[in-house]
Design a protein around this ligand. Sequence first.
Ligand SMILES: Nc1ncnc2c1ncn2[C@@H]1O[C@H](COP(=O)(O)OP(=O)(O)OP(=O)(O)O)[C@@H](O)[C@H]1O
Length: 510
Amino acid sequence: MGKRSHDSAELKPKKKSKSDKPLKEKKSKSDKIEKTEKVVAEQENGTSSSDSSTYTQASALTALPQSQIDTFMSEHVIKFTDPSADAPAYRPLTSFDYLPPCDNSNLYAPLKSFPAPTPIQACTWPLLFAGRDVIGIAETGSGKTLAFGLPCLRKLTQSKKSNKPYHPSAVIISPTRELAMQIYDQLIKYTEVTDVGVVCIFGGVSKDEQRTALKTAAIVVATPGRLKDLQQDGSVDLSKVKYLVLDEADRMLDKGFEQDIKDIVAPMPVSRRQTVMFTATWPRSVRDLANTFMSSPVTVTIGGDPSADPRANLRIKQDVEVMDGRDKENRLIQLLTKSQKGKNPEKVLVFCLYKKEAMRVERLISQRGFKVAGIHGDLNQSDRFRNLDAFKSGAATVLVATDVAARGLDIPAVMLVINVTFPLTVEDYVHRIGRTGRAGKEGHAITMFTEQDKGLSGGLVNVLKAAKQNVPEDLLKFGTTVKKKQHDAYGAFFKDVDSDKKATKITFDD
Ligand SMILES: Nc1ncnc2c1ncn2[C@@H]1O[C@H](COP(=O)(O)OP(=O)(O)OP(=O)(O)O)[C@@H](O)[C@H]1O
């Protein structure tokens, strides 16, 4: 039986003491300014820098009238919060033409499929190229993967040193196996043209191939449980990591993952690594913890202040139907009958809260003759990948999922999300419905809400109001108070537990 260590004190990262923090910040700030000055001088002399954390704004971007930048900033409601008052402020990189030169000219080639950087890419890229720690908050489906991915790849291709075997230079951590795989799939388009090795590490499959791939990989994309395992048995050494990403950062910092993350980052010195966090929701409960992993991070928010209320993507039409729990199945079949008719049935993602519920709902949908697949933690990993692929390809047009599929998954053309059972937190609601309306498209979400969910009515009302959606009277009747400690519920229903191990706490989903 394996063990899940949650309390190895010696592995905890040292907390910065109040007395040494200003010294460290002072040093890193002046370092960065020196680096920027150095690269400007080198470019003027026609030489290129081998430093991988430098950025000089393109002269064409500097030449843009300020009014154009101001319009971009206000249109997308962009906010920068930088604790380092004297750090250089960079203009958003509003066109791919303004990308800084890269030693490997192939790196930017795959970007040709996109018209322009998305706002979160435009605003975070300069900071990330310059080596800053960044917290990026932007709506679901807004291109955050490439926002952290491209600077990572540039940093590694600029670096002249090749990495020692089993000593990767970058680690990207994601909460679920499917999301880790998706990030990996996005990155290989770029690593293939730049010759940077990348490996995807997750539980539920054999470790042998992963160990072999770790020998040469410069970038490791991983779920925390398996990465920690391989780290602890000596299959990988993370002491040379200089770029660390927590994707879905609020999830990665919640109680279910916090200790794993602390253990994983323990050997990566804060002074030598750039730490990057991205998410669509940023509850207050995780912000202090996030700061303990970062050095003077710049927070970039697209679409409004990171207030206590999570924000949904504004292009998603949200309908909430307050009903008796006994009416859910009929309503579900009614909705599917409408969306699945004709030659081109719509892709519909149906969310349940419990694995058993998901299995029952999948059976029901299948019995009614719809092409359905399921994804939840009781399935083995190959079934999970197979079913997800069936939905992606359209072989199944309905996917029934637990919250394991709520975050990050980028499935083309999901037209409708149906919440059969409300999730445990309003943040999860925002992520679930964010599986539709991606990359600038419109989407639709229908949520069945019962009296049992009334504790979350206040938070939901705020999400609906902020997105200018209709708030049903029946929902208001449940009350509008927002419960403070919702976030503690995170982690209970979705966690990927390595199948080689036994969980020491009860988990309802993987
Ligand atoms: N500059 C761009 N222009 C248009 N589409 C883009 C651009 N960059 C990325 N995309 C596409 O947008 C889609 C969503 O991107 P991504 O999955 O990174 O979103 P996300 O912000 O991480 O979403 P989530 O919050 O749900 O994790 C992907 O299909 C991606 O290929």
